[in-house]
Design a protein around this ligand. Structure first.
Ligand code: ZN
Length: 88
């Protein structure tokens, strides 16, 4: 038999609402409220975030038309640049 048995520190807290003395290991989990007050206060239920469904394939992948448009835009920019350099 151990000479000094282990004691558990009693964690007493004062309820923020009714000032009652209560015991809890994790008072912060219930905003320092006793069980009665905790059950009295309204709890906000977080709605489940809406998960975006699969994205449109058009947004993910480039079609042939997109590539052609991109090349066309590049050609315009290059032609403007070369034209400007030639004229000056
Ligand atoms: Zn209370």
């Amino acid at each position: 038999m151990a000479p000094n048995p282990t004691y558990y520190k009693a964690l007493w807290h004062n309820c923020k609402m009714c000032k009652i003395h209560y015991m809890s290991d994790d008072p912060h989990l219930r905003a320092y409220l006793c069980d009665d007050c905790w059950n009295k206060v309204p709890h906000v239920i977080v709605a489940k975030p809406k998960v975006k469904k699969q994205m449109n394939k058009k947004e993910e992948e480039w079609t042939t038309y997109d590539y052609l448009l991109y090349i066309w835009a590049c050609l315009i920019v290059i032609s403007f640049t070369v034209g400007y350099m030639l004229l000056t």
